[in-house]
Ligand binder design. Sequence first.
Ligand SMILES: CC(C)(COP(=O)(O)OP(=O)(O)OC[C@H]1O[C@@H](n2cnc3c(N)ncnc32)[C@H](O)[C@@H]1OP(=O)(O)O)[C@@H](O)C(=O)NCCC(=O)NCCS
Length: 184
Amino acid sequence: MPLKAPLRHAMIRKLGMFDRDGIRDHLLRLDPETRWTRFAGATSDDFITGYARRIIRMDSAVFGVFADGRLRGIAELHGWGPEAEAALSLERGWQSHGIGDELFVHLLWAAKVRGIRALKMYCLQSNARMRQLAVKHNATLIARAGDVIASIHPEWPLPPLPPVMGPPPPLNWAGAGSVTAQQT
Ligand SMILES: CC(C)(COP(=O)(O)OP(=O)(O)OC[C@H]1O[C@@H](n2cnc3c(N)ncnc32)[C@H](O)[C@@H]1OP(=O)(O)O)[C@@H](O)C(=O)NCCC(=O)NCCS
């Protein structure tokens, strides 16, 4: 698939308190369909603003992908114990370029480092990309009315995640092994 030029300058890193405004702006920029699929239903701007304010917590790990000068997607891990919940969002122009998969691997590593045994993700049954992503990473899918619970046990050998050594190099979506990020 032809790549957009800005993607070559994208990078993933762990987000902190100082990123809360960027997270809010990213979530508010989601087009209506993406917002619906992310939150599995209708949400107001006020809800999004409040959600973004609470997203960075002691028990959360959030990774962000920066492209074209802005935060374009986030991967959230919430919970510190045997079980945690995960969620992903990417702005439309950055979907279907493999970025969701890269973010997913960061979540799996963060979960493994924390000793989390079961990672749950909730998505709509119609969300083929999210289901495919979960299955690719050995999730068990349980269908409920209208949605799907993906249950992942991050214990098997995970896809490699390069350690951070100095400033992260730019992502090269056309090539392999150029993604870097901070781990928990
Ligand atoms: C779901 C989401 C995170 C996936 O990220 P992405 O970067 O768009 O997806 P990727 O490009 O990594 O593709 C994921 C997989 O889906 C496959 N895929 C892509 N488009 C597809 C489609 N229309 N139907 C089925 N599978 C599809 C890809 O081939 C890939 O599988 P593979 O790696 O085995 O080839 C992203 O699309 C998104 O933010 N969607 C809106 C919010 C959302 O749905 N969040 C999930 C609920 S929490």
